[in-house]
Design a protein around this ligand. Structure first.
Ligand code: FES
Length: 374
């Protein structure tokens, strides 16, 4: 009777009661078969794929698997390299940053796919063919059955052939290492490099740093500044930061709705702000208005659509995407729809006869995100 590597395994001893697992004449496969039988599993067919070891075909299959594993490892390493070094910051035009996400997907997907192919090839081409019928049972196994199970596991390790296939053993380290590093990279990477470095989500085009530290004018999309008398009472207009490219996608977070409120509505807003001031002292929004002018970010706080449908009679600002409504005279707090935060207010002032932003928005614009400061 041969071991797991041989053919023609003889019949196992008849009953569990007279089976002696310590019997030195038994092969490991006898123990395996007996263990399976006691578990209600009958091995009805068992045939190694390569009864004669080291044939050319076996070696060729080993090399194929080693190749797949090596390639998988290289893809994992490529993922980490791209994750760290490929330019990821968005820039306009056909730049390398456009390939950042596709490359990550390609490398990680390729690594997993190649590893899967290698495992399937190994199982199909190198592992013995076996047909077993198993019955289910309840409860814990006795001590000797645990011993039998241990033998079964050792037998499986032998069948996989990892011990006697040093090439595959070495090749396995590559995908294990590459994929392991790929899995750890996003976690460790955020510890090494702060993704919010530079406060990219906290600043917009209105940041005076974009204008040499000076306050930024409110301008139309053609770059012309805005005098208060040019906005009729009850009127509104979309304004952009008066800096180079201020009305382009480079500053897509900056479009702002400037509204010239009627006197009575402006007073309601001032009262609302005053109440907030009482409730939340030093709330930055108190400095937001200039006379009867107020300016709110157009980026909806729900999912980022432009909230720009201004309903003058009710003083509501509507977002067309999911119908959120913001009450202009109550600091643009949401009164309907899925948005749950008010639209940030841009602090206004007058300088040389034209409207300017006193500073950037005093809270992050757009949808809520995890690290958003309160
Ligand atoms: Fe404005 Fe959804 S994006 S309501």
């Amino acid at each position: 009777m041969s071991t797991t590597h041989g053919t023609g395994h003889g019949p196992a001893t008849a009953g569990a009661s007279d089976f002696d697992a310590e019997d030195p004449s038994l092969t490991r496969f006898d123990l395996v078969r007996e263990g399976a039988r006691r578990d209600g599993v009958e091995i009805v067919h068992y045939e190694p794929q390569f009864p004669v070891r080291g044939t050319k075909l076996e070696k060729r299959i080993e090399r194929s698997i080693a190749f797949l594993l090596t390639l998988s490892g290289l893809f994992g390493v490529a993922f980490v390299v791209a994750y760290i070094w490929w330019p990821s910051r968005y820039s306009q035009g056909p730049t390398a940053s456009k390939l950042y996400t596709p490359l990550l997907g390609l490398f990680l997907g390729g690594a997993l796919l190649l590893l899967g192919f290698a495992i399937i090839t190994w199982a199909k081409k190198l592992m013995p063919n076996e047909v077993a019928v198993q019955e289910r049972h309840d409860g814990a196994s006795p001590r000797d059955e645990q011993q039998l199970t241990g033998s079964t596991i050792l037998n499986m390790v032998d069948e996989i052939g990892i011990k006697r296939r040093p090439l595959l053993k070495a090749a396995l380290l590559l995908p294990a290492g590459g994929l392991g590093i790929a899995a750890a990279a996003p976690l460790v990477g955020s510890l090494i490099k702060n993704p919010n470095d530079g406060h990219i989500l906290l600043t917009t085009g209105w940041n005076p740093a974009n204008n040499g530290g000076n306050r930024i004018r409110l301008v139309r999309d053609d770059g012309t500044p805005i005098r208060p008398e040019e906005v009729s009472v009850g009127g509104q207009m979309t304004v952009f930061p008066g800096i180079p490219g201020g009305a382009t996608n480079t500053y897509a977070d900056s479009p702002t709705l400037l509204i010239h409120l009627r006197e009575s509505d402006a007073q309601v807003l001032r009262d609302s702000i005053a109440r907030s001031q009482v409730l939340q002292d030093n709330l930055p929004v108190v400095a937001g208005m200039w006379q009867n002018f107020v300016a709110y970010s157009k980026i909806c706080t729900h999912a980022g659509c432009p909230a720009s449908l201004y309903e003058q009679q009710t003083n509501r600002l509507l977002c067309p995407c999911h119908q959120s409504q913001f009450l202009i005279t109550n600091q643009a707090k949401p009164i309907f729809g899925p948005a749950h935060r008010k639209l940030p207010m841009l602090p206004l002032d007058l300088e040389n006869g034209v409207l300017v932003a006193k500073s950037d928005f005093l809270e992050p614009i757009g949808p809520t995100y995890w690290e958003r400061p309160i």
